[in-house]
Design a protein around this ligand. Structure first.
Ligand SMILES: *Cc1c(COP(=O)(O)O)cnc(C)c1O
Length: 379
């Protein structure tokens, strides 16, 4: 079946008890057993819950992995994956990860005996030099936030596997509609479902998808043992969101491209980072491994003062962290999402004081462009 058909139907057969076409929110902690050891497949809701199970089957299929696991947040999903590793294990990670991921690695997991090296994964020769005999995982995001750098997933998988390591890709920015890392050789896909999968800015959640049954078994054990599961109501919200993922992503992409083009032709804008622009240094690679470019972009206003003026003047775009919802959000990475990154490193990553990030929503794009146009006039 096609992507949209799967999104709408996998895991979502009519409810066997009532025929309800929508998977019910099974808001229950436990399940009554007929006699000792005889039950309908559910015993206790941390271990499994039918609403969460429906979402897990759905996301497993959409990422082409079959095995999906839903967690209480994107960070809980990432932490569960990291629990696969033991003291002494080494991880090579992208040099510009989501801030919360970097914080988890450096402020919590380092103290548990894991060690981390950071590399620019867009350059695989440099990345290879970061590998050690104890390296067990290559962990990366593509595109990166907010400068939209692309790493070749197939080549990164080959590199990891040559070194007997796994490749994990945080696919939050693209969603499985535009990019399926497992098909390109990755072993583990992670999501903050908070973003495009839910898509309506009304829930926090996370997911892990794998194709290897043994890995799925170990992650399922971790999910139950550590217990950071996604609740039934939040699972239901993501299930609802996913049904329109394809149409939303197509519109995010169309609007993203239109806004990126508008900005790239605007005299007050110095630079636009969007993989769909021919001027993007990795446009060809983006076309090769993604089937669209999404709704995330950033642009250079030249100074903190200019960025402030734009952010203060927008009326339709909302100044807020987060991304991937139907409404357009605008933010200032240097003082918001990347405030904890030291200034020199920010500079190296291209996260300047004048950089503004937009999560382009699915409003009428003429309205978004008009809003940005009047805001840029203030510079
Ligand atoms: C938001 C985000 C996360 C963290 O997810 P939460 O749901 O906020 O815990 C991880 N990775 C990326 C790329 C994100 O955008």
């Amino acid at each position: 079946m096609g992507f949209s058909t799967d999104a709408i139907h996998v895991g979502q057969e009519p409810d066997p008890a009532t025929g309800a076409i929508i998977v019910p929110i099974y808001q229950t902690s436990t399940f009554v057993q007929e006699e000792l050891g005889k039950h309908k497949g559910y015993e206790y809701a941390r271990t499994s819950n039918p609403t969460r199970a429906a979402l897990e089957r759905n996301l497993g299929r959409l990422e082409g992995g079959e095995f999906g696991l839903a967690f209480a947040s994107g960070m809980a999903a990432i932490n569960a994956v990291m629990t696969l590793f033991k003291p002494g294990d080494h991880i090579v990670a992208g040099h510009n990860l989501y801030g919360g991921t970097f914080r988890l690695f450096e402020r919590l997991l380092k103290d548990t005996g894991l060690s981390f090296s950071y590399a620019d994964t867009t350059d695989l020769a440099t990345t290879e030099r970061a590998f050690q005999p104890t390296t067990r995982l290559l962990y990366m995001e593509t595109p990166t936030n907010p400068v939209m750098e692309i790493t070749d997933i197939a080549q990164a998988a080959a590199l990891a596997h040559r070194s007997n390591a796994l490749l994990a890709v945080d696919n939050t920015f693209m969603s499985p509609y535009f990019q399926r890392p497992l098909a390109l050789g990755a072993d583990i896909v992670l999501h903050s479902t908070t973003k495009y999968l839910n898509g309506h800015s009304d829930g926090v959640g996370g997911a892990v998808i794998v194709k290897d049954a043994g890995l799925a078994e170990r992650l399922k054990f971790i999910q139950n043992a550590a217990g950071a599961v996604l609740g039934p109501m939040d699972s239901w919200l993501v299930l609802r969101g996913v049904k329109t993922l394809a149409v939303r992503m197509r519109q995010h992409n169309e609007n993203g491209l239109a806004v990126a083009k508008f900005l790239s032709e605007h005299p007050k804008v110095k630079k636009v980072h969007y993989p769909g622009l021919v001027s993007h240094p990795q446009h060809e690679l983006a076309k090769k491994q993604m089937t669209g470019f999404g709704g995330m972009l950033s642009f250079e206003t030249g100074s903190l003062e200019n960025a402030k003026k734009v952010l203060k003047s927008v009326r339709l775009c909302s100044l807020a962290e987060s991304l991937g919802g139907v409404e357009t959000l605008i933010s200032h990475p240097a003082t918001m999402t990347h405030a904890s990154v030291p200034p020199e490193q920010r500079q190296r990553l291209g996260i300047t004081d004048g950089l503004v990030r937009i999560s382009v929503g699915i409003e009428d794009v003429e309205d978004l462009i008009a809003d940005l146009e009047q805001a840029l006039e203030r510079i």
